[in-house]
Write a protein that binds this ligand. Structure first.
Ligand code: NAD
Ligand code: TYD
Length: 351
Protein backbone atom coordinates (compact mmCIF):
# COMPACT_ATOMS: atom_id res chain seq x y z
CA UNK A 1 0.00 0.00 0.00
CA UNK A 2 1.53 3.32 -1.07
CA UNK A 3 1.43 6.38 1.15
CA UNK A 4 1.16 9.71 -0.65
CA UNK A 5 1.60 13.08 1.04
CA UNK A 6 -0.47 15.92 -0.41
CA UNK A 7 0.38 19.35 1.04
CA UNK A 8 -2.16 22.19 0.97
CA UNK A 9 -5.00 19.70 0.60
CA UNK A 10 -7.46 21.88 2.52
CA UNK A 11 -7.14 24.68 -0.04
CA UNK A 12 -8.93 25.20 -3.34
CA UNK A 13 -6.99 23.01 -5.80
CA UNK A 14 -5.58 20.71 -3.10
CA UNK A 15 -9.06 19.69 -1.93
CA UNK A 16 -9.95 18.58 -5.48
CA UNK A 17 -6.68 16.63 -5.77
CA UNK A 18 -7.18 14.94 -2.38
CA UNK A 19 -10.78 14.00 -3.28
CA UNK A 20 -9.74 12.57 -6.65
CA UNK A 21 -6.91 10.49 -5.16
CA UNK A 22 -8.85 9.20 -2.12
CA UNK A 23 -11.80 8.09 -4.27
CA UNK A 24 -9.87 6.82 -7.29
CA UNK A 25 -7.06 4.99 -5.44
CA UNK A 26 -8.41 3.05 -2.44
CA UNK A 27 -5.05 1.22 -2.48
CA UNK A 28 -3.22 4.44 -1.50
CA UNK A 29 -3.06 6.05 1.93
CA UNK A 30 -3.56 9.76 1.33
CA UNK A 31 -2.10 12.06 3.97
CA UNK A 32 -3.30 15.66 3.66
CA UNK A 33 -0.89 18.06 5.40
CA UNK A 34 -2.12 21.62 5.85
CA UNK A 35 -1.50 24.51 8.24
CA UNK A 36 -5.10 25.72 7.82
CA UNK A 37 -4.29 29.33 7.06
CA UNK A 38 -7.15 31.65 6.08
CA UNK A 39 -7.23 29.72 2.76
CA UNK A 40 -7.42 26.23 4.29
CA UNK A 41 -10.84 24.88 5.08
CA UNK A 42 -11.52 21.30 6.13
CA UNK A 43 -15.19 21.76 5.29
CA UNK A 44 -13.97 21.45 1.68
CA UNK A 45 -13.33 17.76 2.42
CA UNK A 46 -16.30 16.89 4.65
CA UNK A 47 -17.28 14.06 2.29
CA UNK A 48 -13.98 12.25 2.93
CA UNK A 49 -14.18 12.14 6.72
CA UNK A 50 -14.05 8.57 7.98
CA UNK A 51 -12.66 7.13 4.72
CA UNK A 52 -10.09 4.48 5.69
CA UNK A 53 -7.44 5.71 3.19
CA UNK A 54 -7.63 9.40 4.22
CA UNK A 55 -5.79 11.14 7.03
CA UNK A 56 -5.40 14.82 7.95
CA UNK A 57 -2.26 16.23 9.60
CA UNK A 58 -2.21 19.84 10.77
CA UNK A 59 1.34 21.12 10.30
CA UNK A 60 3.36 24.04 8.97
CA UNK A 61 5.83 23.33 6.16
CA UNK A 62 7.98 26.20 7.44
CA UNK A 63 8.72 24.07 10.54
CA UNK A 64 11.77 22.14 9.28
CA UNK A 65 12.04 19.87 12.35
CA UNK A 66 8.39 18.84 12.05
CA UNK A 67 8.87 18.02 8.34
CA UNK A 68 12.03 15.93 8.99
CA UNK A 69 10.24 14.09 11.80
CA UNK A 70 7.12 13.39 9.75
CA UNK A 71 9.07 12.11 6.73
CA UNK A 72 11.27 10.00 9.05
CA UNK A 73 8.21 8.38 10.60
CA UNK A 74 6.08 7.92 7.49
CA UNK A 75 8.42 7.04 4.58
CA UNK A 76 6.15 8.58 1.93
CA UNK A 77 6.23 7.00 -1.52
CA UNK A 78 5.28 10.26 -3.20
CA UNK A 79 4.69 13.93 -2.44
CA UNK A 80 2.32 16.26 -4.28
CA UNK A 81 3.18 19.73 -3.03
CA UNK A 82 0.46 22.37 -3.32
CA UNK A 83 0.75 24.23 0.02
CA UNK A 84 1.48 27.87 -0.69
CA UNK A 85 0.48 31.44 -0.15
CA UNK A 86 -1.37 31.90 -3.43
CA UNK A 87 -2.92 35.35 -3.78
CA UNK A 88 -1.01 38.01 -5.77
CA UNK A 89 -2.74 40.91 -3.95
CA UNK A 90 -1.69 39.52 -0.55
CA UNK A 91 1.87 39.12 -1.83
CA UNK A 92 1.91 42.84 -2.64
CA UNK A 93 0.84 43.76 0.91
CA UNK A 94 2.94 41.10 2.71
CA UNK A 95 5.73 39.63 0.54
CA UNK A 96 7.70 38.07 3.41
CA UNK A 97 5.01 35.52 4.25
CA UNK A 98 5.37 34.27 0.66
CA UNK A 99 9.11 33.75 1.10
CA UNK A 100 8.55 31.73 4.27
CA UNK A 101 5.87 29.40 2.96
CA UNK A 102 6.61 29.20 -0.75
CA UNK A 103 10.41 29.22 -0.70
CA UNK A 104 11.55 28.04 2.75
CA UNK A 105 8.58 25.68 3.15
CA UNK A 106 9.37 24.03 -0.20
CA UNK A 107 13.07 23.70 0.64
CA UNK A 108 12.12 22.12 4.00
CA UNK A 109 10.02 19.52 2.17
CA UNK A 110 12.84 18.87 -0.32
CA UNK A 111 15.31 18.36 2.56
CA UNK A 112 12.91 16.02 4.36
CA UNK A 113 12.26 13.97 1.19
CA UNK A 114 15.98 13.81 0.41
CA UNK A 115 16.83 12.59 3.93
CA UNK A 116 14.07 10.00 4.02
CA UNK A 117 14.62 8.70 0.47
CA UNK A 118 18.45 8.65 0.49
CA UNK A 119 18.77 4.86 0.58
CA UNK A 120 16.04 4.20 -1.91
CA UNK A 121 15.06 7.09 -4.18
CA UNK A 122 13.84 4.74 -6.94
CA UNK A 123 10.08 4.64 -7.36
CA UNK A 124 9.52 7.81 -5.31
CA UNK A 125 8.44 11.19 -6.65
CA UNK A 126 8.41 14.77 -5.41
CA UNK A 127 5.81 16.59 -7.54
CA UNK A 128 5.82 20.37 -7.20
CA UNK A 129 2.70 22.27 -8.31
CA UNK A 130 3.49 25.65 -9.79
CA UNK A 131 1.97 28.44 -11.83
CA UNK A 132 2.30 29.98 -15.30
CA UNK A 133 2.91 33.33 -13.55
CA UNK A 134 6.62 32.41 -13.19
CA UNK A 135 7.02 33.04 -16.94
CA UNK A 136 6.04 36.69 -16.59
CA UNK A 137 3.68 38.56 -18.87
CA UNK A 138 2.89 38.20 -22.59
CA UNK A 139 1.93 40.96 -24.97
CA UNK A 140 -1.29 40.61 -26.89
CA UNK A 141 0.31 38.93 -29.92
CA UNK A 142 -0.88 35.32 -29.78
CA UNK A 143 2.37 33.91 -28.32
CA UNK A 144 2.08 31.40 -25.48
CA UNK A 145 4.22 30.13 -22.60
CA UNK A 146 5.96 26.83 -23.38
CA UNK A 147 8.11 24.73 -21.05
CA UNK A 148 11.15 26.47 -22.65
CA UNK A 149 10.00 30.04 -21.90
CA UNK A 150 12.48 31.79 -19.60
CA UNK A 151 11.40 32.75 -16.10
CA UNK A 152 10.53 36.44 -15.63
CA UNK A 153 8.32 36.79 -12.53
CA UNK A 154 6.96 40.23 -11.62
CA UNK A 155 4.87 39.90 -8.46
CA UNK A 156 6.23 38.78 -5.09
CA UNK A 157 3.92 35.73 -5.45
CA UNK A 158 5.34 34.69 -8.82
CA UNK A 159 8.90 35.48 -7.65
CA UNK A 160 8.43 33.14 -4.67
CA UNK A 161 6.97 30.38 -6.87
CA UNK A 162 9.80 30.82 -9.41
CA UNK A 163 12.33 30.51 -6.60
CA UNK A 164 10.71 27.32 -5.31
CA UNK A 165 10.69 25.86 -8.87
CA UNK A 166 14.43 26.56 -9.15
CA UNK A 167 15.07 24.78 -5.83
CA UNK A 168 13.08 21.73 -6.98
CA UNK A 169 15.15 21.52 -10.21
CA UNK A 170 18.37 22.12 -8.24
CA UNK A 171 17.58 19.21 -5.87
CA UNK A 172 16.88 17.00 -8.89
CA UNK A 173 20.06 18.00 -10.71
CA UNK A 174 22.40 18.18 -7.69
CA UNK A 175 21.16 15.43 -5.40
CA UNK A 176 19.31 13.18 -7.83
CA UNK A 177 16.01 13.73 -6.02
CA UNK A 178 13.25 12.31 -8.26
CA UNK A 179 11.25 15.47 -8.83
CA UNK A 180 9.11 17.13 -11.45
CA UNK A 181 7.09 20.32 -11.85
CA UNK A 182 3.91 21.42 -13.56
CA UNK A 183 2.97 25.05 -14.28
CA UNK A 184 -0.74 25.70 -14.64
CA UNK A 185 -2.87 28.65 -15.71
CA UNK A 186 -5.66 30.28 -13.62
CA UNK A 187 -8.08 27.77 -12.13
CA UNK A 188 -11.78 28.23 -11.42
CA UNK A 189 -14.40 26.02 -9.81
CA UNK A 190 -15.95 25.03 -6.48
CA UNK A 191 -14.31 25.64 -3.07
CA UNK A 192 -12.21 28.64 -4.18
CA UNK A 193 -11.70 31.25 -1.47
CA UNK A 194 -13.79 34.31 -2.41
CA UNK A 195 -10.96 36.80 -2.71
CA UNK A 196 -9.93 35.55 -6.18
CA UNK A 197 -11.75 37.07 -9.15
CA UNK A 198 -14.47 34.52 -9.99
CA UNK A 199 -15.80 33.56 -6.51
CA UNK A 200 -15.39 37.15 -5.24
CA UNK A 201 -17.50 38.51 -8.07
CA UNK A 202 -20.15 35.77 -7.74
CA UNK A 203 -20.46 36.63 -4.05
CA UNK A 204 -20.57 40.38 -4.72
CA UNK A 205 -23.20 40.01 -7.44
CA UNK A 206 -25.37 37.95 -5.06
CA UNK A 207 -25.04 40.66 -2.42
CA UNK A 208 -25.38 43.65 -4.80
CA UNK A 209 -21.88 44.83 -3.91
CA UNK A 210 -19.53 46.69 -6.31
CA UNK A 211 -17.39 44.60 -8.68
CA UNK A 212 -13.88 46.15 -8.44
CA UNK A 213 -12.27 45.84 -11.90
CA UNK A 214 -8.55 46.64 -11.77
CA UNK A 215 -7.45 49.19 -14.40
CA UNK A 216 -9.46 48.92 -17.61
CA UNK A 217 -10.22 45.21 -17.28
CA UNK A 218 -8.09 44.50 -20.37
CA UNK A 219 -5.76 41.99 -18.72
CA UNK A 220 -6.06 38.46 -20.09
CA UNK A 221 -6.07 35.22 -18.14
CA UNK A 222 -6.25 31.62 -19.45
CA UNK A 223 -8.88 29.81 -17.36
CA UNK A 224 -8.94 26.08 -16.57
CA UNK A 225 -11.60 24.14 -14.65
CA UNK A 226 -10.05 22.99 -11.37
CA UNK A 227 -11.17 19.36 -11.84
CA UNK A 228 -9.31 19.28 -15.17
CA UNK A 229 -6.20 20.50 -13.32
CA UNK A 230 -6.66 17.72 -10.74
CA UNK A 231 -6.94 15.17 -13.59
CA UNK A 232 -3.74 16.53 -15.12
CA UNK A 233 -1.97 16.22 -11.75
CA UNK A 234 -3.11 12.58 -11.54
CA UNK A 235 -1.76 11.83 -15.04
CA UNK A 236 1.56 13.63 -14.42
CA UNK A 237 2.05 12.03 -11.00
CA UNK A 238 1.64 8.55 -12.47
CA UNK A 239 3.22 8.93 -15.91
CA UNK A 240 5.37 12.09 -15.90
CA UNK A 241 9.16 11.76 -16.05
CA UNK A 242 11.35 13.00 -13.17
CA UNK A 243 13.34 16.05 -14.23
CA UNK A 244 10.61 17.18 -16.63
CA UNK A 245 8.28 20.18 -16.61
CA UNK A 246 4.70 20.10 -17.91
CA UNK A 247 2.55 23.12 -18.71
CA UNK A 248 -1.17 22.77 -17.97
CA UNK A 249 -3.81 25.05 -19.50
CA UNK A 250 -7.11 25.12 -21.27
CA UNK A 251 -6.41 27.31 -24.35
CA UNK A 252 -9.12 29.54 -22.96
CA UNK A 253 -8.15 33.21 -22.88
CA UNK A 254 -10.51 35.91 -21.66
CA UNK A 255 -10.06 39.60 -20.97
CA UNK A 256 -11.20 40.26 -17.41
CA UNK A 257 -13.96 42.59 -18.57
CA UNK A 258 -15.43 40.09 -21.07
CA UNK A 259 -15.36 37.38 -18.41
CA UNK A 260 -17.00 39.67 -15.85
CA UNK A 261 -19.75 40.67 -18.31
CA UNK A 262 -20.39 36.99 -19.08
CA UNK A 263 -20.64 36.25 -15.34
CA UNK A 264 -23.05 39.18 -14.90
CA UNK A 265 -25.36 37.94 -17.66
CA UNK A 266 -25.39 34.35 -16.35
CA UNK A 267 -26.07 35.63 -12.81
CA UNK A 268 -28.92 37.91 -14.01
CA UNK A 269 -30.57 34.86 -15.58
CA UNK A 270 -30.00 32.61 -12.53
CA UNK A 271 -31.17 35.24 -10.03
CA UNK A 272 -34.19 36.23 -12.12
CA UNK A 273 -32.90 39.80 -12.54
CA UNK A 274 -33.56 41.96 -15.58
CA UNK A 275 -30.73 41.65 -18.16
CA UNK A 276 -28.03 44.28 -17.51
CA UNK A 277 -28.77 44.63 -13.76
CA UNK A 278 -25.55 43.05 -12.44
CA UNK A 279 -23.30 44.88 -14.96
CA UNK A 280 -24.28 48.10 -13.20
CA UNK A 281 -22.18 46.88 -10.23
CA UNK A 282 -18.96 47.07 -12.30
CA UNK A 283 -16.64 49.67 -10.74
CA UNK A 284 -13.28 50.49 -12.32
CA UNK A 285 -10.65 50.88 -9.59
CA UNK A 286 -6.90 51.64 -9.42
CA UNK A 287 -4.86 49.02 -11.25
CA UNK A 288 -2.92 46.36 -9.35
CA UNK A 289 0.77 47.31 -9.02
CA UNK A 290 2.88 45.44 -11.60
CA UNK A 291 -0.26 43.89 -13.10
CA UNK A 292 0.75 41.26 -15.71
CA UNK A 293 -1.06 41.93 -18.99
CA UNK A 294 -1.56 38.45 -20.37
CA UNK A 295 -1.00 34.78 -19.51
CA UNK A 296 -1.52 31.99 -22.04
CA UNK A 297 -0.32 28.41 -21.75
CA UNK A 298 0.74 26.06 -24.51
CA UNK A 299 -0.06 22.62 -23.05
CA UNK A 300 0.70 20.60 -26.20
CA UNK A 301 3.52 18.64 -24.50
CA UNK A 302 1.11 17.31 -21.86
CA UNK A 303 -1.55 16.63 -24.49
CA UNK A 304 0.84 14.76 -26.81
CA UNK A 305 3.02 12.90 -24.31
CA UNK A 306 0.52 12.06 -21.61
CA UNK A 307 -2.75 12.22 -23.51
CA UNK A 308 -4.48 14.78 -21.28
CA UNK A 309 -7.13 17.15 -22.64
CA UNK A 310 -9.43 19.52 -20.75
CA UNK A 311 -12.90 18.02 -20.44
CA UNK A 312 -15.07 21.12 -20.05
CA UNK A 313 -15.82 24.08 -22.30
CA UNK A 314 -15.52 27.35 -20.39
CA UNK A 315 -19.15 28.53 -20.67
CA UNK A 316 -20.34 25.17 -19.31
CA UNK A 317 -17.73 25.22 -16.54
CA UNK A 318 -18.61 28.76 -15.53
CA UNK A 319 -22.34 27.91 -15.33
CA UNK A 320 -21.52 24.84 -13.23
CA UNK A 321 -19.29 26.94 -10.96
CA UNK A 322 -21.91 29.67 -10.51
CA UNK A 323 -24.54 26.98 -9.75
CA UNK A 324 -22.23 25.49 -7.12
CA UNK A 325 -21.76 28.80 -5.28
CA UNK A 326 -25.49 29.54 -5.44
CA UNK A 327 -26.31 26.09 -4.07
CA UNK A 328 -23.63 26.29 -1.36
CA UNK A 329 -24.61 29.59 0.18
CA UNK A 330 -23.83 28.25 3.66
CA UNK A 331 -20.22 27.41 2.64
CA UNK A 332 -19.83 30.91 1.21
CA UNK A 333 -21.31 32.52 4.34
CA UNK A 334 -19.03 30.51 6.65
CA UNK A 335 -15.98 31.45 4.61
CA UNK A 336 -16.81 35.14 4.36
CA UNK A 337 -17.68 35.37 8.10
CA UNK A 338 -14.58 33.43 9.19
CA UNK A 339 -16.69 30.74 10.94
CA UNK A 340 -15.00 27.99 8.92
CA UNK A 341 -11.88 28.40 11.04
CA UNK A 342 -13.77 26.89 13.97
CA UNK A 343 -14.46 23.73 11.94
CA UNK A 344 -11.07 22.19 12.72
CA UNK A 345 -11.50 22.77 16.46
CA UNK A 346 -14.96 21.21 16.43
CA UNK A 347 -14.31 18.25 14.13
CA UNK A 348 -10.69 17.32 14.79
CA UNK A 349 -9.24 18.62 18.04
CA UNK A 350 -12.01 17.12 20.18
CA UNK A 351 -11.25 13.59 18.91
P1 NAD B 1 -5.10 28.09 -1.73
O1 NAD B 1 -4.59 29.39 -1.20
O2 NAD B 1 -6.55 27.91 -1.96
O3 NAD B 1 -4.61 26.90 -0.79
C1 NAD B 1 -3.32 26.84 -0.22
C2 NAD B 1 -3.37 25.84 0.92
O4 NAD B 1 -2.02 25.78 1.49
C3 NAD B 1 -4.30 26.22 2.05
O5 NAD B 1 -5.08 25.10 2.45
C4 NAD B 1 -3.38 26.67 3.17
O6 NAD B 1 -3.90 26.43 4.48
C5 NAD B 1 -2.14 25.81 2.90
N1 NAD B 1 -0.92 26.42 3.45
C6 NAD B 1 -0.51 27.73 3.32
N2 NAD B 1 0.62 27.93 3.99
C7 NAD B 1 0.97 26.73 4.55
C8 NAD B 1 2.05 26.30 5.37
N3 NAD B 1 3.02 27.15 5.74
N4 NAD B 1 2.11 25.00 5.76
C9 NAD B 1 1.12 24.12 5.37
N5 NAD B 1 0.06 24.48 4.63
C10 NAD B 1 -0.02 25.77 4.21
O7 NAD B 1 -4.26 27.86 -3.08
P2 NAD B 1 -4.70 27.15 -4.44
O8 NAD B 1 -5.30 28.17 -5.32
O9 NAD B 1 -5.42 25.89 -4.12
O10 NAD B 1 -3.26 26.80 -5.02
C11 NAD B 1 -2.61 25.56 -4.69
C12 NAD B 1 -1.26 25.50 -5.40
O11 NAD B 1 -1.46 25.60 -6.81
C13 NAD B 1 -0.33 26.64 -5.03
O12 NAD B 1 0.98 26.11 -4.94
C14 NAD B 1 -0.44 27.62 -6.18
O13 NAD B 1 0.76 28.33 -6.37
C15 NAD B 1 -0.69 26.66 -7.34
N6 NAD B 1 -1.47 27.22 -8.47
C16 NAD B 1 -2.67 27.86 -8.26
C17 NAD B 1 -3.41 28.32 -9.36
C18 NAD B 1 -4.75 28.98 -9.16
O14 NAD B 1 -5.34 29.45 -10.15
N7 NAD B 1 -5.32 29.01 -7.97
C19 NAD B 1 -2.91 28.15 -10.64
C20 NAD B 1 -1.68 27.50 -10.82
C21 NAD B 1 -0.97 27.02 -9.72
P1 TYD C 1 -6.88 36.68 -9.45
O1 TYD C 1 -8.09 35.83 -9.32
O2 TYD C 1 -6.39 37.40 -8.24
O3 TYD C 1 -5.73 35.75 -10.08
P2 TYD C 1 -4.25 36.14 -10.64
O4 TYD C 1 -3.89 37.50 -10.18
O5 TYD C 1 -3.38 35.09 -10.01
O6 TYD C 1 -4.33 36.02 -12.13
O7 TYD C 1 -7.14 37.76 -10.59
C1 TYD C 1 -7.50 37.42 -11.91
C2 TYD C 1 -7.52 38.70 -12.73
O8 TYD C 1 -8.59 39.54 -12.26
C3 TYD C 1 -6.25 39.54 -12.60
O9 TYD C 1 -5.96 40.14 -13.85
C4 TYD C 1 -6.61 40.60 -11.58
C5 TYD C 1 -8.11 40.81 -11.81
N1 TYD C 1 -8.89 41.18 -10.62
C6 TYD C 1 -9.74 42.33 -10.65
O10 TYD C 1 -9.82 43.03 -11.67
N2 TYD C 1 -10.45 42.62 -9.53
C7 TYD C 1 -10.39 41.87 -8.39
O11 TYD C 1 -11.06 42.22 -7.39
C8 TYD C 1 -9.55 40.71 -8.38
C9 TYD C 1 -9.43 39.86 -7.13
C10 TYD C 1 -8.82 40.41 -9.52
Amino acid sequence: MKTILITGGAGFIGSHVVRLFVNKYPEYNIVNLDKLTYAGNLANLKDLEGKPNYEFVKADIVDSDAMLKLFGERQFDGVIHLAAESHVDRSISNPTEFVFTNVIGTVNLLNAARASWKDQPEGRLFYHISTDEVYGSLSNDGTMFTEETGYDPHSPYSASKASSDHFVRAYHDTFGLPALISNCSNNYGSFQFPEKLIPLFINNICNNKPLPVYGKGENIRDWLWVEDHARAIDVIFHRGKPGETYNIGGHNEWTNIDLIKLMCSIMDRKLGREAGTSEKLITYVKDRAGHDLRYAIDSSKLQKELDWVPSLQFEEGLEKTIDWYLQNEEWLQHVTSGDYQKYYENQYQKR
